[in-house]
Design a protein around this ligand. Structure first.
Ligand code: ACO
Length: 377
């Protein structure tokens, strides 16, 4: 019998801890947040209610929701110092790098930066939820040489974000589709960015440090960055009719097809049907079916040829494009939502903490003597 430990590369199949925040059930392609099916939350609740649910374990009453929303609205503004820093970011900086840097800066400015107690961390989470969209919109506008648009406390979370990006609020169907995407992106157990946030938290580092690291992890195209990659891919395909032969070319090169596959779901991502429905509503609203038609061909051929299903990023990419967002904003929008799940995990990790510190099997050179510099030739 070999004495080499059983290595789970990529931590495939490893249960790293317990969690009461969300549950993925790949056998039924379903996902619950605190016991509620995510598609039910999309139809019967809002993103604000979902954020409250993730942080408090229960859906809010009307009074609790009003207080939560008032607090979020009151915390949206950025400091003059942060606005100056954002204005000085390189014009071609990727918005994910911009928001990662802005969140790190917010950590230094936070009045409770040194306090990692539960109450202070919750207040920091609220400040991040409120300020991240403001920073994303300000950095995006700065990259285009435009002045930031101040947050408007008379507007809902989504309407305010559109207003800060475009200077106007879209029609209700667009806001609804955006809100649904925010609910679907809010939380998903121990994914790479969430586990990163938990790992940072396990060292007793603070909320902003954990979220800064989580943003860095989310940027990669194997994770959140895939929603941008999906739209680049759809734009590369000349027409829906050309999609199948385009995909054959990818198969020939064994290339990854972005927005497909998932570490946990192997027979379909629970969030896709709802997001697809709202992406199709967006295509109707805008009167442009090209992206969804191309998507449908890709999904059909991927299933028939590779037995691989789309993940949430696949319908979210075209949905955001049809909402009018520039492609580099897609993953930062994911951040605006996932801050809720990340913060819930930071609180949960801190409440019952043990340092996360796995082992590795050494495969390098066996121990050997150090040859002093003059004798090394
Ligand atoms: N395109 C082509 N082939 C794929 C894809 C894909 N998108 N996804 C998986 N495969 C293939 C793998 O190459 C592998 O083939 P092989 O057995 O011949 O080597 C097989 O399917 C099994 O894949 P896994 O190894 O089980 O995938 P893993 O769990 O390691 O990776 C991941 C999951 C990273 C999501 C992968 O599917 C991928 O790279 N997808 C594209 C990027 C993407 O869309 N990411 C978004 C994830 S969801 C989210 O973050 C919201």
């Amino acid at each position: 019998m070999s004495d080499t430990p059983d290595i789970k590369k990529g931590l495939v199949g490893v249960y790293a801890d317990v969690s009461s925040i969300s549950k993925v059930m790949p056998e039924t392609n379903s996902l619950t947040y605190r016991g509620y099916a995510v598609q039910d939350l999309c139809e019967l609740a809002s993103f604000d209610e979902t954020a409250y649910l993730l942080w408090n374990g229960e859906l809010p009453t009307a009074a609790q929701l009003a207080a939560f929303q008032a607090e979020e609205k009151a915390n949206r503004a950025l400091s003059p110092a942060l606005l100056r820093v954002i204005a000085d970011f390189p014009k071609d900086a990727h918005p994910m790098d911009a928001i990662r840097t802005a969140v790190s800066f917010m950590g230094m400015e936070d009045p409770e930066w040194a306090d990692i107690g539960d109450a202070a961390q919750r207040r920091k989470a609220m400040r991040l939820l409120a300020k991240i969209p403001t920073a994303v919109a300000a950095a995006h506008r700065a990259g285009k040489g435009q002045a930031p648009i101040a947050p408007d406390a008379s507007l809902s979370f989504g309407a305010n974000f559109f207003n800060m990006v475009f200077g106007k609020v879209p029609q209700p169907e667009v806001l609804r589709a955006f809100d649904v995407s925010m609910i679907l992106y809010a939380e998903h157990t121990f994914n790479a960015s969430t586990f990163t946030a938990r790992t940072v938290t396990s060292t007793q580092a603070d909320m902003h440090g954990a979220i800064t690291a989580a943003i860095a992890a989310l940027k990669g195209p194997l994770h959140g960055g895939a929603n941008e990659a999906v739209m680049h891919m759809l734009k590369e395909i000349p027409s829906p009719e050309a999609a199948e032969s385009w995909l054959e070319g990818k198969f020939d090169h064994k290339a990854l097809v972005m927005g497909f596959g998932h570490r946990v779901y192997k027979t379909g991502d629970s969030r896709v049907p709802t997001m697809k429905k709202y992406a199709e509503i967006m295509a109707e609203v805008v009167g442009d079916k090209r992206w969804m038609n191309t998507s449908n061909v890709l999904a059909k051929v991927m299933l028939a040829r590779k037995n691989i299903h789309p993940n949430l990023d696949f319908p979210a990419g075209p949905a955001y494009y049809l909402m009018g967002f520039d492609i580099p904003l897609f993953t930062p929008i994911f951040v605006c939502s996932r801050i809720t799940g990340w913060a819930a995990h930071v609180l949960e990790q801190a409440a019952d903490n043990r340092l996360i510190r796995p082992l590795s099997v050494y495969t390098g050179v066996e121990q050997r003597p150090v040859v002093p510099l003059p004798q090394r030739g």
